[in-house]
Write a protein that binds this ligand. Structure first.
Ligand SMILES: Nc1ncnc2c1ncn2[C@@H]1O[C@H](COP(=O)(O)OP(=O)(O)OP(=O)(O)O)[C@@H](O)[C@H]1O
Ligand SMILES: [Mg+2]
Length: 336
């Protein structure tokens, strides 16, 4: 009996990357180095990881678009390599939002075309399109009669998910479904994915580098980094990894580049984990310190920041989040 909708078992994949002016420099990129995880039926599962972690590569293998070098993957019991046709029938996929749509056709005409390809027609197809336009909020955005070339990014993302759902597949596989979308579109898509899992018993696999999103909607999460799953569990289970730690956030302005800020903090903090983000004029540095050591660390950081001309806007202590799990797992301090 197959109890898991998606099984990825020790997937390996490397690419040959060519660089340089004449593309003569070749190097091997190990995108996946033994990725294993299982997605239970009916759950929303998030594959969370930074840029280049191997999320898209994993999704492409599961969607039969790329062959693994080694390892095995099953969707509802069907092997993605040996039984690719059967796999394609049970999955709905959205990879890159714009891929494959016709720019000179309307939203309706695009969906109708892909519906016909799936062997749907007549009233069944009409009803399905109407239903999808409704649940994706495309109707109210006027997407039905608008040419695809005039779609906003949010409309394109919604249409891409509608297309993935046309043949009512039990498994949905979506690569960064809310990337670049405004809050309203993101929220609509997130709510829909949860609804599809709860009410239609669909299994949903998404990738994301948005911790907040994954924390909000995923029943379970696999954290992927450098081609490996480094932790897996429910958000609550994963947060146990950071029990005893306190996230301190520094928001400041400093006229130096990001790599300076990164090495500056490395020097102050040693093996304590942190992440640096730059947004508009402000750096946001999140530091994961051991409970009880907050005051000392805050004092030390503020003092050093002042000495290099930093203008501190805010220092705050936050609740542990998935981001901290990630910081903890990838920082030099290891598991302690
Ligand atoms: N076709 C390819 N040729 C060469 N290298 C590739 C190819 N596809 C992916 N890679 C490399 O494999 C690694 C993993 O890439 P992948 O796209 O799976 O990461 P990702 O987690 O989806 O990242 P992102 O968040 O940027 O989308 C990266 O180092 C990437 O440069
Ligand atoms: Mg990707």
């Amino acid at each position: 009996m197959v109890s898991d909708a998606i099984i990825a078992d020790n997937l390996w994949k490397s690419f040959i990357e060519t660089r340089g002016f004449f593309k003569r420099k070749k190097s091997i990129v190990e995108a996946l180095r033994g990725v294993s995880f299982r997605v239970h039926r009916g759950e929303v599962y998030g594959l969370l990881g930074p840029n280049g972690a191997g999320k898209t590569t994993t999704i492409k293998i599961l969607s039969t678009l790329l062959l693994p070098d080694k390892g095995k993957a099953l969707i509802l019991g069907h092997d993605v390599v040996e039984e690719a046709e059967k796999v394609r029938r049970v999955i709905g996929v959205s990879l890159s939002v714009e891929r494959g749509f016709f720019w000179k056709l309307t939203g309706y005409e695009n969906l109708r075309y892909f519906g016909l390809l799936h062997g749907l027609h007549g009233d069944v197809l009409e009803e399905r399109i109407n239903y999808l336009f409704k649940i994706l909020g495309l109707e109210e955005l006027g997407a039905r009669d608008k040419f695809y070339e005039d779609f906003s990014l949010g409309m394109k993302a919604r249409l891409s998910i509608a297309r993935a759902l046309l043949h009512d597949p039990p498994v949905l596989i979506l690569d960064e479904p809310t990337l670049g979308l405004d809050p309203a579109s993101s929220r609509h898509i997130r709510e829909l994915l949860v609804k599809l899992s709860r009410e239609e018993d669909k299994t949903v696999l998404i990738t994301s580098h948005n911790m907040f999103e994954v924390e909000m909607i995923c029943d379970r999460v696999g954290i992927i980094n450098k081609g490996r799953i480094i932790a897996e569990g429910t958000v609550q289970e994963l947060k146990k990894i950071v029990i005893g730690s306190v996230p301190v956030v520094f928001v400041f302005h400093l006229k130096r580049d990001k790599s300076f800020v990164e090495s500056f903090f490395s020097e102050i903090l040693g093996s304590i984990g942190f992440v640096v983000e730059l947004s508009e004029d402000y750096y946001r540095v999140r530091v994961l310190v051991r409970r009880g050591e907050e005051d000392v660390i805050v004092h030390r950081v503020l003092e050093k920041l002042r000495s290099v001309g930093g203008r501190v806007k805010e220092v705050r202590i936050e609740e542990p989040s998935l981001e901290d799990v990630f910081i903890k797992l990838t920082s030099g301090s290891g598991g302690g």
